[in-house]
Design a protein around this ligand. Structure first.
Ligand SMILES: [Zn+2]
Length: 315
């Protein structure tokens, strides 16, 4: 990448009203954290209203990055082709977060294996790729999903909520306010929280570089079961009780909570548009994030699609 300037996206304090795609295709190669396989990733520009679509080039199948196509949320967020459930793409959440974090609506993501490369376990390398590709604005207006009524999903004492923030206006722009708290028995993590108003600047500077994490005992168990085969200290924080095992330690305060917030940004991007509302998560993860969106969309009184409203509503 020598000689290539990192090109920050403009309009960094808001997402704007028009859809965006990449200016050019960009690619990389990396390991899949669960399969341990070497995966080629190519991200291509796409037309307006195409959305984010994953394509398994080895199987010739395409899968829209939409909440209804999520088939598994245990270790990561996995999409499946509804017409061929064996055609899956996993570990999509950090790339989806990068798209949502800087406001890319349309792209074709090609992979030649069952998951997106983990790279360094954060969204930082994906952001770098998108910056290198650059972006263009498209004619079509961005889809905005306004939360009208609070929805909440729970699992034990864990929960995730979306609350209304009032109507979207031209002056206010769509806003996703986020608050997330975690509580782990490993004292290296413990109780942490992170709050963020999602803007391109805040995404880039506050959460994009926060890495995924695991407890050493869980990693040993997963690898004995044939999972996390590509996991290493190069692509995840690993904690053992009070110790962070990575030689370089943490990149930032509250890196664990920041990463959970990053995951939530990626999972909420499966709504297929900008969510305008307030997200609150307590010990939430991929499963609750997915159930939250499904619960929202199941109740037609809980949300509205602002781009389908007359222009005067957003003018
Ligand atoms: Zn993650």
């Amino acid at each position: 990448m020598d000689g290539l300037a990192r090109l920050p996206f403009p309009a960094a304090t808001s997402f704007g009203w028009r859809q965006r795609t990449l200016k050019s295709a960009i690619d990389c190669v990396g390991v899949g954290v669960h399969s341990g396989r070497r995966i080629n990733l190519v991200i291509r520009p796409a037309t307006a209203d195409h959305g984010i679509v994953f394509r398994r080039t080895d199987l010739g199948r395409s899968i829209a990055a939409r909440v209804e196509n999520v088939c598994d949320t245990k270790l990561c967020t996995v999409l499946a082709d509804p017409d061929m459930p064996s055609a899956r793409v996993g570990t999509i959440e950090h790339l989806m977060a990068a798209f949502a974090g800087i406001g890319i609506d349309n792209a074709l993501v090609e992979v030649n294996g069952p998951e997106v490369p983990i790279l360094d376990g954060s969204a930082g390398p994906f952001l770098f790729l998108l910056d290198c590709a650059g972006f263009i604005e498209q004619e079509a207006p961005r889809r905005i999903i306004e939360v009208l009524r609070t929805v909440r999903v729970t699992a034990g004492d864990a929960y995730a909520e979306l609350r209304p923030l009032g109507p979207v206006t031209r002056a206010s722009h769509p806003i996703l306010e986020m608050d997330l708290s975690i509580d782990f028995t490993a004292s290296a993590i413990g109780r942490q929280s992170c709050s963020l108003r999602l803007t391109p600047d805040n995404f880039r500077h506050e959460i994009a570089d926060a890495r995924t994490f695991a407890q050493a005992c869980d990693v040993r168990q997963l690898q004995a079961s044939g999972l996390a085969l590509g996991g290493s200290l190069d692509n995840a924080l690993v904690v053992d009780g009070a110790a962070v095992l990575n030689p370089g330690g943490l990149r930032m305060d509250n890196e664990f909570a920041r990463h959970k917030l990053l995951d939530a940004v990626g999972d909420l991007a499966l709504a297929g548009g900008c969510v305008h509302g307030r997200f609150i998560g307590y010990r939430s993860g991929h499963d609750l994030n997915n159930r939250l969106l499904r619960t929202l969309f199941a109740d037609a009184t809980a949300w509205r699609d602002v781009t389908t409203e007359p222009l005067s509503v957003v003018a």
